[in-house]
Design a protein around this ligand. Structure first.
Ligand code: HEM
Length: 402
């Protein structure tokens, strides 16, 4: 998959046998089926290789090498999370920070994401899940991404952070606009609008606190001071990026698996108390984020010579799909003894929202299977496209049931 021009254009420190063409935004291998495409790539490429695509960067497929990268922030920094790198990219607290600064913010935020502190959200998650499922139940069909998967996370998120729920439809269209935009200009346009909403909400909460995350952030002691307006904006915007499209894609891959595997669907329908295991197993099998890092100083990884400033993309889906880590890795099994995956990342930046995400997914699978009879992919409708990038996903998923 490499032509001579690619090899000529690689920097001098990259050895020729490490060069493989791979465009993580739009690779032909991924278009038919994202995870099959990644496994195909694994068969063709070294565990750590250089692609000339997107300005040229390293791609790490090998799970051991991924864990080395993710637990070594001194060598692999989070300060630049864009590929190709964008020197003007705004800082995203806490994701684009390295230690020791990162830990200060992470410690501040951590306690609000722990299971005991989000327990009160369970009744709201139940309510919104049932609400959106009831809207499609009697129709016998739906476009799952549009009708369900993009809706539930937005409302839960709005309640958690403190956005007024009557604005739900406005928010959903802004968020959809941003995540589904096809050009950088479009995405920037929606990002600015979301920033505007965030700015208005922070201003309102500074005047009058409510029982929500934003009010707690405003009142929190950060060392001997409070968080600045800029810091609140940065945290708020990162939560938008981290907590919405991720849950949408997890639900979409999970439900697509059930639609394709009636046996698994029936097994879980008969055992609703196992929906937490199902959520974890489906995330393992269909992990979808890709994590960028920047090489801090010249270093060797798995025999590959890297230079300071090089960008590295960790394809974390490969851990869940590794047969040595998860026997029969492509099989989805409720009774797996142990699940080894990096779906929520690994090391210092491991997902803060994972307990909330699991609550949303577990609730959703249980309620969906209780309400919707045997469902399948609607083959009469166009098949959804795979979207690449740092959060990979499905553009649409048509389902039918009778
Ligand atoms: C299935 C859903 C989700 C998946 C698969 C997921 C995945 C991830 C991954 C892989 C990272 C690590 C990023 C890195 O190392 O650069 C991460 C970080 C993060 N996630 Fe999630 N996430 C999900 C849902 C959420 C939700 C619902 C929230 C909050 C509302 C959230 C908040 C965060 C935050 C704040 C970070 C940054 C942590 C840090 O830098 O210390 N995530 N997530």
């Amino acid at each position: 998959m490499t032509d001579k021009t690619d090899a000529k254009n690689a920097p001098a420190h990259v050895s020729q046998d490490r060069i493989v063409s791979f465009d993580f935004y739009n690779d032909p291998r991924l278009q038919d089926d994202l995870h099959d495409g990644l496994m195909k790539l694994r068969d063709e490429a070294p565990g750590v290789f250089w692609t000339p695509a997107n300005g040229g960067h390293w791609v790490v497929l090998d799970p051991d090498a991924i864990s080395t990268v993710l637990r070594s922030p001194k060598d692999f920094s989070s300060r630049q999370l864009q590929i190709p790198p964008r020197p003007d990219a705004p800082r995203m607290i806490p994701e684009s920070l390295d230690p020791p600064e990162h830990l200060l913010y992470r410690r501040l935020m951590m306690s609000w994401f722990e299971p005991g502190r989000i327990k009160h959200l369970q009744s709201r998650v139940d309510y919104w899940t049932k609400h959106f499922i009831s809207k499609v139940k009697d129709r016998g069909e739906c476009e799952f991404v549009e009708d369900i998967a993009s809706r539930i996370p937005v409302t839960v998120f709005m309640e958690f952070v403190g956005f007024p729920l009557e604005r739900h439809e406005d928010f959903r269209s802004l968020i959809d606009g941003m995540f589904r935009s096809t050009s950088p200009e479009d995405s920037q346009h929606y990002a600015m609008k979301i920033m505007g909403e965030l700015q208005a909400l922070i201003t309102a909460r500074m005047e009058k606190r409510e029982d929500d995350l934003l009010s707690r952030l405003i009142d929190a002691d950060f060392g001997d001071r409070k968080l600045s307006f800029e810091e609140l904006m940065s945290i708020g915007f990162l939560l938008f990026l981290a907590g919405l499209d991720t849950v949408t894609n997890a639900m979409s891959f999970g439900i697509r698996h059930m639609a394709r595997h009636p046996g698994f669907q029936a097994e879980l329908r008969a055992n609703p108390d196992r929906s937490a295991e199902a959520a974890e197993e489906l995330l393992r099998r269909y992990t979808f984020p890709n994590l960028p890092r920047q090489v801090a100083g010249d270093i060797e990884l798995d025999g590959a010579r890297m230079k300071a400033g090089d960008m590295v993309l960790c394809v974390i889906a490969m851990a869940g799909l590794d047969d040595a880590l998860n026997p029969d890795a492509t099989e989805v099994k409720l009774d797996r003894e142990k699940r080894n995956h990096f779906a929520f990342g690994y090391g210092g930046h491991t997902c803060l929202g994972r307990h909330l995400a699991k609550m949303e997914l577990e609730t959703f699978y249980r309620e969906w299977l209780a309400a919707i009879p045997d469902f399948r992919i609607d083959e009469t409708k166009p098949r959804g496209q795979v979207r690449g990038g740092s959060v990979m996903g499905l553009s649409s998923l048509h389902l039918a049931w009778s």
